[in-house]
Design a protein around this ligand. Structure first.
Ligand code: SAM
Ligand code: SF4
Length: 362
């Protein structure tokens, strides 16, 4: 469904309280099948694991400046993360993406990567704000089994970058991190950008030019009502089609063939044949829920079937009660069966989730 201005203005950003309990049982035949699927005919192939709720940035569209982090004892440990990754792979997951908060601030990131690599043969990716990337760290992560990274970067202007991230970083540091990742072969590399009207939407073409400079994919994600400040409104929101029009004034684009039906991004190449691709993730204006193959695991051990789920399932408690692998497998199958058909952002029933993006993982 394509959003209209009217449907977006009606969007309800008030939170609805979220339940964190045990999922209802999926039908017996789904358990017999032994892979994670949902009641809308989709199969789960992609797990996003938030390994920490901590972050060294406080991006305006994501995290409160005075955010309260969960006590460490309430977060998944390294061993729990690795065990759940192994179980997810046995249930059909083919890609795992480590996220956060900021995954590179986790003191045991290297051990998490190597543990997942030893336990599984999934494609292993990570998304990072790019502020803590050095060649040494990237080499070690790659050696431990990390396949690729996505780096988030919303502005090339130091003053704006500081205002957006509310942190002492710089675009130059992130660009150096991107170059280091390419040099160490942690590729294919993607760059994610979120544009906000009147803040950084005039940088669409400048950010797109990174795709040409580095031969990478730059993806524009529509700003979603997942900000901790609950300040989302459609006046700040920029649609994928508006962003594309801005870019095409400088760099004409042509549709790129899509290899992955469940991909979140609509992909384009440069009409002049230059390397690099542009992707648009139109989660608000034209959601891709019908082909969604994702499941999310939060840093505090909750399974979220959808970014906008109003229910989440407490696998941490089950783990810490001594559950065996069979019980955990059944829990994952039940949890994924509850995946909602779509995020429902354009329905009157929509409520912004209680968790912000940083507490879900993106
Ligand atoms: N800290 C890492 C980072 O920034 O890449 C990983 C976690 S972050 C929550 C994952 C992705 O979510 C980032 O690309 C970020 O830009 C995006 N994001 C955060 N809040 C968002 C929002 N309200 N709307 C759209 N994307 C958002
Ligand atoms: Fe941290 Fe990433 Fe959220 Fe920014 S978007 S506050 S870097 S978790």
């Amino acid at each position: 469904m394509i959003a209209t201005a009217h449907s977006l203005q009606q969007l309800n950003t008030r939170p609805r309280s979220e339940r964190a309990v045990t999922p209802p049982p999926a039908p017996a035949e789904v358990h017999r099948h032994g892979i994670m699927s949902d009641s809308h005919g989709r199969t789960i192939r992609d797990l996003r694991i938030s390994i920490t709720d901590r972050c060294n940035f406080r991006c305006v569209y994501c995290m409160d400046p005075d955010v309260q982090f969960a006590p460490r004892s309430e977060l998944l440990t390294r061993h729990e993360i690795i065990r759940l990754a192994r179980i997810a792979e046995a249930l059909g997951v083919r890609k795992i993406r480590l996220t956060g908060g900021e995954p590179t601030v986790h003191p045991e990131l290297l051990e998490i990567i190597s543990g997942i690599r030893r336990a599984t043969s999934v494609e292993l990716a990570m998304i990072t704000n790019g502020s803590l990337l050095t060649r040494e760290r990237l080499r070690a992560w790659k050696g431990a089994g990390l396949d690729r990274i996505t780096v988030s970067l919303d502005s090339l202007r130091p003053d704006r970058f500081a205002m957006l991230t509310r942190a002492a970083g710089s675009p130059a540091t992130v660009l150096a991190g991107i170059e280091a990742a390419i040099a160490e072969g942690v590729t294919p590399l993607k760059v994610n950008a979120v544009l906000m009207r009147g803040v950084n939407d005039d940088e669409a073409a400048d950010l797109a030019s990174l795709a040409r400079v580095y031969g990478v994919e730059v993806r524009f994600i529509e700003y979603m009502p997942l900000d901790s400040a609950r300040a989302w409104d459609d006046a700040k929101w920029v649609s994928a089609s508006q962003t594309r029009a801005q870019i095409e004034r400088v760099f004409p684009l042509v549709s790129a063939p899509s290899e992955d039906r469940s991909s979140t991004a609509r992909l384009f190449e440069f009409a002049d044949g230059r390397a690099g691709r542009i992707g648009f993730i139109s989660s608000v204006s034209d959601p891709f829920c019908g082909a969604c193959s994702r499941l999310r695991l939060t840093a505090d051990g909750k399974i979220r079937p959808c970014l906008f789920s109003s229910a989440e399932w407490d696998v941490l408690s089950v783990l810490r009660c001594g559950a065996g692998d069979d019980e955990l497998r059944a829990f994952f199958i039940d949890a994924s069966w509850t995946k909602q058909a779509g995020h429902g952002m354009h329905s009157d029933e929509f409520h912004q989730p209680a968790r912000s993006m940083s507490a879900i993982g993106g």
